[in-house]
Write a protein that binds this ligand. Structure first.
Ligand code: C5P
Length: 219
């Protein structure tokens, strides 16, 4: 991106997994490392943006000159996102939000007894769709991890969630994506698309921020 491509623009980015409590000592989560979201936050900062990173539990250090809001659950991430919305001009949802959470969180550690047990789950709210449903809403970018028919499913999410842009990766490939330092993506927006072959997440993040900046401020 050109230097200052996002000068003074407020950008909010969600990153990492969420952690959904079962009881005081157990939870449900996923393998998201947060690397892509943190790289996007650093790239947006380097493009001149004021960046807030809403981060699920990850092992990455907080980047310099970025406001980091740490959360655990999807419900907390939604609340953090909504409280940042007033000043948010670009919202990028790279978090791997748990689709479901336990219907009830036990107050005490659940004791082992029967040979089988089940946990009732309820659907979590869709954070990026909630943000994009606001009027006015920020320029909103989502991610899509797909294993087949990448364009078809990604464009479906773009429309259904009312996004301005979606970044799709093929998670059936073992060389990229979750936990990897590299990623390869296809990006779709209502009138177009582009493709980035396998590259380091830091470099990809800079390419993506450049693309977002071009669409946020078309000239
Ligand atoms: O529907 P799916 O989970 O594939 O959509 C992925 C996109 O939606 C990502 O941008 C992710 O951050 C976002 N998302 C969200 N809240 C959810 C589920 C997904 O913001 N509860």
């Amino acid at each position: 991106f050109e230097s200052g491509a996002l000068a003074g623009v407020s950008v909010v980015i969600t990153a990492g997994p969420t952690r959904e409590a079962i009881d005081p000592v157990r939870y449900i989560t996923n393998h998201s490392s947060g690397k892509m979201g943190y790289a996007l936050a650093e790239a947006a900062r380097d493009a001149g943006a004021r960046v807030t990173l809403i981060s699920g539990p990850v092992t990455l250090d907080a980047p310099d000159r970025i406001k980091v809001v740490r959360v655990n659950s999807a419900m907390d991430m939604l609340q953090a996102a909504e409280s940042e919305l007033e000043h948010c001009e670009i919202f990028i949802a790279s978090a791997a939000v748990a689709d479901y959470r336990p219907a009830e969180v036990a107050d005490q550690k659940v004791k082992k007894s029967a040979d089988e047990m089940s946990i009732q789950l309820v659907k979590n709210p869709d954070i990026v769709a909630t943000v994009a449903a606001h009027t006015p809403h920020p320029f909103t970018v989502g991610f899509a991890a797909e294993t087949q028919d990448v364009e078809h499913y990604a464009r479906g999410k773009l429309a259904r969630k009312n996004l301005d842009m979606i970044v799709a990766n093929d998670v059936s490939r073992s060389d990229i994506g979750f936990n990897s330092d590299n990623n390869a993506v296809n990006v779709y927006w209502p009138e177009g698309q582009c493709q980035f072959d396998v590259m380091n997440k830091q470099i990809l993040a800079r390419e993506l921020i450049g693309l977002v900046a071009d669409h946020f401020r078309p000239d």
